[in-house]
Design a binder for this molecule. Sequence first.
Ligand code: MG
Length: 375
Amino acid sequence: MNSTRRDFVRSAFLAGAASIAAPVSAFAAGVTPKGQKRMKLSFRPYTLELKHVFTVSAMSRTTTPVVLTEIEYDGVVGYGEAAMPPYLGESQESAMAFLKRVDLSKYDNPYDLETILSDIDALAFHNTAAKAAVDIALHDLVGKLLGQPWYNIWGFDASKAPATTFTIGIDTADVVRVKTKEAGGFKILKVKLGKGNDKEMIETIRSVTDVPLTADPNQGWKDKFYALDMIHWLKEKGVQYVEQPMAKERFDDHAWLTERSPLPILADESCQRLSDIPKVKGAYSGIVIKLMKCTGMREAHKMLMMAKANNMKVLIGCMTETSCAISAASHLSPMCDWADLDGMLLIKNDLYKGTTVEEGKLVLSNRPGIGIEKR
Ligand code: MG
């Protein structure tokens, strides 16, 4: 990072009276004359090593493959990341094949996020994590060029960032007890369910702590009557909401459940992108937004606004990711009802510093862009 250059851009920004005039004053100062600068995308594979074996209803794993991106423009670098847990259908190979097709050199204006990211989305049908890796790096770059963190650009109050859940994966009672004790600093815990030992998981955690819980069966419940009985029992145990109880295509069964449930039911696997919100409205109480599902910060912001306009609850979630993608997502969190942004805490080899968790609450960095720096 060229800090002299960045400071200069920032002082050009601060010198401008209104924030809306900032890009113009930066251009006017001759920092980024239109047509002379070009964005350059670079990327590399990286493997996240998990601190513990992580088990959800479908599978277990000890690593997560990611691809790290950088977009360089006029001496300023924006950072991005694609995280690809195997069950989502992307890999380092598919992400890098996609990123090779992204040509940012043809765009004059890095602030034109809408055009650039719409073009990138149109390059392929899926590849949502690879698209997010470009989106996040571009947002980081633009925030740095503006000299502002994204919560300010979006008009959010960073002090309203919620507590984050910390996830306890499915395991034996002994391991769950140890993990729950290790999670002592968190104000709310998320419990993975759906593998046939639901009550044992909850009772084991309750033998260690009485903090509020959330539950995520990850489509693992097969029967809506079992789901409703379990949700009533979970409410008695201090659970606040339940993610994706049954298979993602069972909209009618989820509508039946949501109508009767004493707890909010959130669509996670059922709601990937902005265009899914009208489909899940009425069948669920709210949605889970993840940058890797929805192509990044730009669409995530639109989903947040659409969900709020439709009186739906919003949980901002994550995969196992470095502090890069987690920090990016955290800029949306002040407007979300809940946050599940613990992914960087589950890995041993984080490369960045950014948003942190203090006494269970998300604390956003006031650095510009997504607010990260390399460790
Ligand atoms: Mg979930």
